[in-house]
Design a protein around this ligand. Sequence first.
Ligand code: GLV
Ligand code: MN
Ligand code: MN
Length: 419
Amino acid sequence: MIELHPTQPSKERITDDIQQLAAFVDSSKPGWTRRPFTSWYEQGREWLKQQMQNLGMDVRYDAASNLIGTLPGSDNSLKPILIGSHTDTVTGGGRFDGIIGVVAGLELVRVLQKVGIQLRHPLEVVDFTAEEPSEFGISTIGSRGMVNNLSEEMLLRQDPNGLVLKEAIHRAGGQPERLSQFARKSGDVALYLELHIEQGPVLEQSDKKLGVVTGIVGIHRYRVTVEGISNHAGTTPMTMRWDALTGASELILELESIARATYSEPVVGTIGKLYVEPNASNVIPGRVVFELEIRSLNVEILEQMVVVYREKANRIAEERGVHISFDSLSKSEPIRVDTEVQQVIHEACSVTASTIRLPSGAGHDGNQLSRIAPIGMIFVPSRDGRSHCPEEWTDYEDVTLGVHALIQSVLVFDQKLNS
Ligand code: GLV
Ligand code: MN
Ligand code: MN
């Protein structure tokens, strides 16, 4: 049984931090929108940097433009424990996804200072750059960069305005040309821990307050282009059309049907982004581009789904006389959380509130960090299982319970880990 430290986080301070960050949003967009590499994102990070500095932390941007506040440990030979998440949001997102993990880092530091505990390990509170899918078609940009998993091809990708990712990272305070030089390698980080909202219904439906994450899904994303022939919508007989949108529609429904088939582990497939050209009511669509993603805890299933899907695409292309091509946008592989790490977190959570173990259907920076360090995650409930929408909500009491469990976990790991 772990020893409970008198380390009560403050619901008021946590609420205040979340509400302050919620002010830095693009009000022309729905919900709480703070897209990466925008002025609202920069303003939010400036606020965060100020909070870290007020706590006496040493604050810097690393080569991948992650914002990092460091608190020295008492034993300089030990590697840092990292606590973090992200402050970017999807368009029309909420106030909690990512944000609570960063706010938890601030509150951890305040509590340690208040009770006068210095950790043995250095502590780094990290706001990872661009965790959500960015305009460059890549997610978890900062954590990929931190572990040297941002390829040159990715760094040279352009957003719809022609901005190159390298330049975006540079403007955000990073040094993209020195990513490999400063990359963290296996053994450079003692542990990565993240508090996050569940973003699904499991905790709420099981009437539990805390979740110990057992694994995180892998996500494979593709851009699919369907090319037909645009023509006059009134004069072209139905038998003389090569309509890119009807072809794409068939393909879109195929993904749903493949994802609904029965597999040994759950899978999901989504097409959430679609462009139609020329997008005019009286013109037969000549070109459709959509972005699809599939997720599972089992990488073989993901790969098998893509093979089947591409076969279906070939059949549709042949039958309809359209051309269909696939570009891989990104792959993050599924990970399992080490059972010993889960056990420590489970004990820390259980002394705080009712706890279950569950996998994460959302992707996280932990997928990348797991390449170099053990990782662990704690979930708190999402009301009605909603997330990536303005209705996303977690009671502040529950966020505070999560922060408490995170603090307890850090204290135990700090004693337990000897590297
Ligand atoms: C991140 O929020 C993701 O799961 O897409
Ligand atoms: Mn998200
Ligand atoms: Mn998130």
